[in-house]
Design a binder for this molecule. Structure first.
Ligand code: AMP
Length: 211
C-alpha cells in the first residue's frame, strides 16, 4: 500500500517512516531529505530550496511537485510520502500525477501532536550530518556527545530547528498544511493517529492501519 504520512514538523513522520522501511520494506519519499541531499550536493535545486528552508518557509509548490514527479516516474511502489504534500495545491497536483501513472494512495495518516510537545521535540532534535540519524538531547541522546552512534559522523542541530525558525515553520504548518486534514477526509483516506506516545506504540497502530 502507498501511504501519506503528514503532520506538523516534529510529529514523528521521519521516525515512523524509518520503522516502516525497516520492518515492512517500504520506500520513503521524504521531500525534506531530498532537498537536504540536493543542498549537500550543491545542485541548482539545492541552492533554490535552501533560501526557503533556512528561513523556515515552504519551498514553492512548482519546485516540490516537479521533484516528486521525477521520483514517481522512476516506478516506485509501496511508498510512504513523508512531508509531501504540505499544501492543498500539492495534494491536488499529487492526485493528478498518481492518476497519470495509475498509482494510488491507500491511506493519509495524520500524526497528531500538541504544539508545546512539538516545540520541545524540535528544539532538542539533533541529526547526523553524515547518515541522517535523528537524536534528541533529552529523550534519545548520542552515547558520545556530538558523535553519531551509527557511523561516528558529526551530530548537529538542523538550521531550521533553531528556535527563531521553528515559529515560522509551525505557523506555516497551521496555515498551509493543516487544511490537508479536510482534503483527505473528503477523499475517505484520512486516519488520525495520536503521535504523542511512545514511538513503538505509534508504530503498532500504523502497522494495524496498513493491515
Ligand atoms: P522536513 O524535513 O520535512 O521538515 O522539511 C524541511 C524543509 O524542507 C521544510 O521546512 C520546507 O522548507 C522544505 N520542504 C520539505 N517538504 C516540503 C513540501 N512538501 N513543500 C514545501 N516545502 C517543503
Amino acid at each position: 500500500m502507498n501511504l501519506i504520512l503528514f503532520g506538523a514538523p516534529g510529529a514523528g513522520k521521519g521516525t515512523q517512516s524509518e520503522l516502516l522501511i525497516k520492518n515492512l520494506g517500504m520506500t520513503q519519499i521524504s521531500t525534506g531529505d531530498l532537498f537536504r541531499a540536493a543542498i549537500k550536493g550543491q545542485t541548482d535545486l539545492g541552492k533554490k530550496a535552501q533560501e526557503y528552508m533556512d528561513k523556515g518557509q515552504l519551498v514553492p509548490d512548482s519546485i516540490v511537485i516537479g521533484m516528486v514527479e521525477e521520483v514517481l516516474k522512476k516506478g516506485v511502489n509501496n511508498f510512504i510520502l513523508d512531508g509531501f504534500p504540505r499544501t492543498v495545491a500539492q495534494a491536488e497536483a499529487l492526485d493528478n500525477l498518481l492518476n497519470k501513472m495509475t498509482l494510488s494512495i491507500g491511506k493519509a495518516i495524520f500524526l497528531e501532536v500538541p504544539m508545546e510537545i512539538l516545540m520541545d521535540r524540535l528544539t532538542g532534535r539533533r541529526v547526523c550530518k553524515n547518515c541522517g540519524a535523528v537524536y534528541h538531547i533529552v529523550s534519545k541522546p548520542t552515547k558520545t556527545e556530538g558523535k553519531c552512534d551509527n557511523c561516528g559522523g558529526e551530530v548537529v542541530q538542523r538550521n531550521d530547528d533553531k528556535a527563531e525558525v521553528i515559529g515560522t515553520r509551525l505557523k506555516n504548518y497551521q496555515e498551509f498544511t493543516s487544511p490537508l486534514k479536510e482534503f483527505y477526509k473528503k477523499s475517505g483516506k484520512y486516519i488520525q493517529v495520536d503521535g504523542n506516545r511512545d514511538t513503538a506504540q505509534v508504530y503498532t497502530e500504523i502497522e494495524k492501519i496498513i493491515g
